[in-house]
Design a protein around this ligand. Structure first.
Ligand SMILES: *Cc1c(COP(=O)(O)O)cnc(C)c1O
Length: 371
C-alpha cells in the first residue's frame, strides 16, 4: 500500500477549513515529553493566547484533548448535576445535542424550540425562565453551523443572569470568526473548536470557565460521571504550571499547531480577523445572489463564516456538490438534519476566508450549477 496522499481541496464546508501551512509545519516538529519543562512553558503560552482569542482573563482557559463535541460534553457534565433544570435553546442541530447530553447527566432539559433559520429569541428565553424559576443553567449556540444563523449571546446571557442562571455558550464556529467577548458579555462557560475559524486541524476544544462556573463545579454534591472529563482532575495537568502532574498524555503535536495558529491570529489581530470574515462573506453573498440564488438566513442574523444558500426546487443538489468536488476540488456542505436537501452550507472560515477563494468558488459554482 502506498502512503496516503490527500488531494488538495479548497475546504468551503462547515468545517474543517483549510489549515495555514505554517500550522502544518509546526505540527511536524519533533515530539517532546508532555511534562518536559519546555512543553509546560508551551502550555502556559497556549493558555495566554486562548485568553486573548476568547477575550477573557479566566484562569481556567485551556484546550480539551478532543474535538468540539468533547468541549461541549466537558462543559455540560461538569456544570449539570442530576435533577438540575437546564434551559436548552434549540435553533439547529447543535442545540439538540446539548439537550441529549443534559439528559445523560440526569439533568432536566427545558427546551426552547425555534425556527431553524433564525437566531434564538431573547423574549422566549425570558418567558421560559419566568415560568421555570428554579432553572440553574442556560445553554445556547452562538454560531449555528447547521443553519447559518447567529444568536445575540450577550443579550441571552444578560437575561439568564437576571434569572440567576449560569450560561454555557457554544462558540465552536465563532471563535476567531465573529465578535466574541467572554468577559465583557459575562459568559460563564464556553467551548470552541480548532477546525473552524482558527485555521487548525480538528481535535482540540478550547474551553473557558469563570469563577462562578468553577464555584458551582466545586460545590457539586455528586462526582462528575466521567473520570476523563472531570475538570477537577484535568486541572491537575492544565492548572498551575508549578504543580502539573500526569492526567492523560496531551496531543503534543496538535498543541504545537494550536500555538502557531493562535500566534497567527494575534499577529493579524482579532478585530481584523472578524473584519476579514465579514468582508469576504459579503462578497460571497453578493456573488451567490447574482447567480439568482437566495441566502437562507436574513441579513441581520447571518453568520459571515457560514453562508447557507436555499436550493432551488427540482435541482439535484448532490450532483452540484460532487461536481464541485470532483471537477474543481472544492468541498461545500450539504444541509444537516431537517435541512438536508433544502440548503447548501458554504464555509468561509479561518484560512479559507480569503478574497481569492471567494472568486475561485463563484466561478466554479456557476459552472457546476449549469452542469
Ligand atoms: C462543529 C461544531 C460542533 C462540534 O464540533 P466537532 O469538532 O465536530 O466535535 C459543535 N458546535 C458547533 C456550533 C459546531 O459548528
Amino acid at each position: 500500500m502506498p502512503p496516503f496522499d490527500p488531494p488538495k481541496r479548497l475546504l468551503m464546508g462547515p468545517g474543517p477549513s483549510n489549515v495555514n501551512p505554517k500550522v502544518l509545519e509546526a505540527i511536524s516538529r519533533p515530539t517532546i515529553g508532555h511534562l518536559d519543562p519546555r512543553f509546560v512553558e508551551l502550555m502556559d503560552e497556549i493558555k495566554e493566547l486562548l485568553q486573548y482569542a476568547f477575550q477573557t482573563k479566566n484562569e481556567v482557559t485551556f484546550p480539551v484533548s478532543g474535538p468540539g463535541s468533547a468541549g461541549m460534553e466537558l462543559c455540560l457534565i461538569n456544570l449539570v448535576e442530576p435533577g438540575d433544570k437546564v434551559v436548552v435553546c434549540i435553533n439547529g442541530v447543535f442545540g439538540g445535542r446539548m439537550k441529549q447530553i443534559v439528559e445523560r447527566c440526569g439533568g432536566i432539559p427545558i427546551v426552547i424550540e425555534q425556527d431553524w433559520a433564525k437566531a434564538v429569541d431573547p423574549n422566549k428565553l425570558d418567558e421560559t425562565l419566568t415560568q421555570n424559576n428554579e432553572t440553574k443553567l442556560v445553554a445556547f449556540v452562538h454560531a449555528e453551523t447547521s443553519t447559518g444563523a447567529k444568536s445575540d449571546i450577550k443579550t441571552l446571557t444578560q437575561i439568564s443572569h437576571q434569572h440567576n442562571c449560569l450560561v454555557i455558550a457554544d462558540t465552536v464556529t465563532s471563535l476567531g470568526g465573529i465578535e466574541l467577548k467572554i468577559d465583557d458579555w459575562q459568559i460563564d462557560a464556553s467551548y470552541s473548536g480548532t477546525q473552524k475559524c482558527i485555521s487548525c486541524p480538528p481535535g482540540l476544544s478550547p474551553v473557558t470557565f469563570n469563577q462562578k462556573a468553577i464555584d458551582k463545579i466545586k460545590n457539586r454534591k455528586t462526582l462528575v460521571q466521567s473520570w476523563f472529563m472531570d475538570i477537577n482532575l484535568v486541572l491537575g495537568y492544565w492548572g498551575q504550571s508549578s504543580k502539573r502532574t500526569y492526567h492523560h498524555t496531551a496531543p503534543i503535536n496538535s498543541l504545537y499547531g494550536l500555538h502557531e495558529a493562535l500566534l497567527l491570529l494575534k499577529e493579524e489581530c482579532l478585530e481584523n480577523a472578524w473584519k476579514r470574515h465579514q468582508q469576504n462573506s459579503e462578497l460571497l453573498c453578493k456573488g451567490v445572489e447574482e447567480l439568482g440564488l437566495e441566502i437562507f438566513v436574513k441579513e441581520d442574523e447571518r453568520l459571515p463564516e457560514l453562508v447557507t444558500v436555499t436550493i432551488p426546487k427540482g435541482l439535484d443538489e448532490a450532483k452540484v456538490r460532487s461536481n464541485l468536488l470532483n471537477e474543481h476540488n472544492i468541498e461545500i456542505g450539504a444541509g444537516l438534519g431537517a435541512l438536508a436537501g433544502k440548503i447548501w452550507r458554504i464555509g468561509l472560515m479561518g484560512y479559507t476566508s480569503d478574497e481569492k477563494n471567494v472568486k475561485t468558488f463563484l466561478s466554479a459554482f456557476k459552472k457546476s450549477l449549469n452542469y
